[in-house]
Design a binder for this molecule. Structure first.
Ligand code: F6P
Length: 342
């Protein structure tokens, strides 16, 4: 049997670990052949492939990014997209497709599997950890470690100058990175997209921190929004997924803090550094296990399914379950960490 693999959407540490595990188990245990599709859905749409065998996956386990390349091409938005994919798969003799991606890539896989009978298996990835149906996605642990290290470093420079340091982390719709790195890094304020923040309250926390002779660290997710300011909304643009992109909440907040508290404030936007580089040991472990189970889904003809982590078990769930709604931060969890604010 010949199996295709693609990686779509934003890249994420651990993608190569999945590819390696799929190929190693598929070749060694089941005698499968593999073909890599370049740049997400663009590969099967245009028949753009790269050979994938055991030598091709040697040494890629600790490498960040994806050896297959990635894109946000959505075949459903292309004329005859489904027909072209079907024709290319048939031409190449590909009988199953392992799709590694987030909300958008897996959304396409669900429709291809459920509505058009294309045999797809899903593997969830995103540094944002906001996919339902899985306890964790790989890439998240790495992103949290990078953000935590940055916060640790910012504490010392903040203390030296007695300044406020606002750290903007990724997370358009969910505040998981902000919550975990903020807690691990001992932030004094954590702001997430799930709950609009009160700028006056943030300033009160900042002031109380200075009163205790400490310099405050404010961690803000890029999608967090103030209750009382429309300024961030004015900077709204659409990214290439068609998602609303709010630029500059960190910068905006630092300026407001300076204005309202009279304290000097600086902003650090961590950006893509959170997504690059080598995956953590946990992400390699999770990505590898996802890969091993994904190839078993193919073996069992279990299509339209996605592998997911439940506790310490890898389970199979309908891909649609992961894409139907985003997994956001539970208000109770956010309230729990509120004890450290101020
Ligand atoms: O979905 C993952 C993510 O890293 C988001 O947290 C972030 O908003 C987005 O991707 C950035 O995407 P791009 O690489 O297109 O700027």
């Amino acid at each position: 049997m010949k199996v295709g693999i693609l990686t779509g959407g934003g890249d994420c540490p651990g993608l190569n670990a999945v590819i390696r595990a799929v190929v190693r188990k598929g070749v060694q245990e089941y005698g499968y052949g593999f073909v890599g599709f370049r740049d997400g859905w663009r590969g099967p749409l245009e028949g753009d492939t790269v050979p994938l065998d055991i030598p091709a996956v040697r040494g890629i386990l600790p490498r960040g990014g994806t050896v297959l390349g990635s894109s946000r091409t959505n075949p459903l938005q292309h004329e005859h997209g489904i027909r072209r994919i079907r024709e290319n798969l048939a031409k190449l003799g590909v009988e199953a497709l392992i799709t590694i991606g987030g909300e958008d890539t897996l959304g396409v896989a669900t429709r291809l599997a459920d509505e058009y009978g294309v045999p797809c298996v899903g593997v969830p990835k995103t540094i944002d950890n906001d996919l339902s149906a899985t306890d964790y996605t790989f890439g998240f642990d790495t992103a949290v470690s990078i953000a935590t290290e940055a916060i640790d470093r910012l504490h010392t420079t903040a203390e030296s100058h007695m300044r406020v340091l606002v750290v903007e982390v990724m997370g358009r719709h969910a505040g998981w990175i902000a919550l975990h790195s903020g807690l691990a890094g001992g932030a004094n304020v954590i702001l997430i997209p799930e709950q609009r923040f009160d700028t006056e309250q943030v300033c009160a926390w900042v002031t109380s921190r200075f009163r205790a002779s400490y310099a405050p660290i404010v961690v803000v997710a890029e999608g967090a929004m103030p209750r009382d300011g429309d300024m961030v909304l004015k900077d709204e643009t659409l990214d290439s997924y068609g998602h609303v992109r709010l630029s500059g909440v960190g910068e905006w907040l630092a300026k407001e803090i300076e204005k309202r508290t009279g304290k000097e404030a600086r902003t650090t936007v961590l950006g893509h550094v959170q997504r690059g580089g080598t995956p953590s040991a946990f992400d390699r472990w999770l990505a590898t296990r996802f890969g091993l189970h994904a190839v078993d889904c193919v073996r069992n003809g279990d299509f339209g399914k996605m592998v997911a982590l439940r506790g310490t078990d890898i389970v199979r769930v309908p891909i649609a379950e992961a894409t139907a709604r985003l997994k956001t931060v539970d208000p109770k969890l956010y309230e729990e960490v509120g004890v450290f604010f101020g």
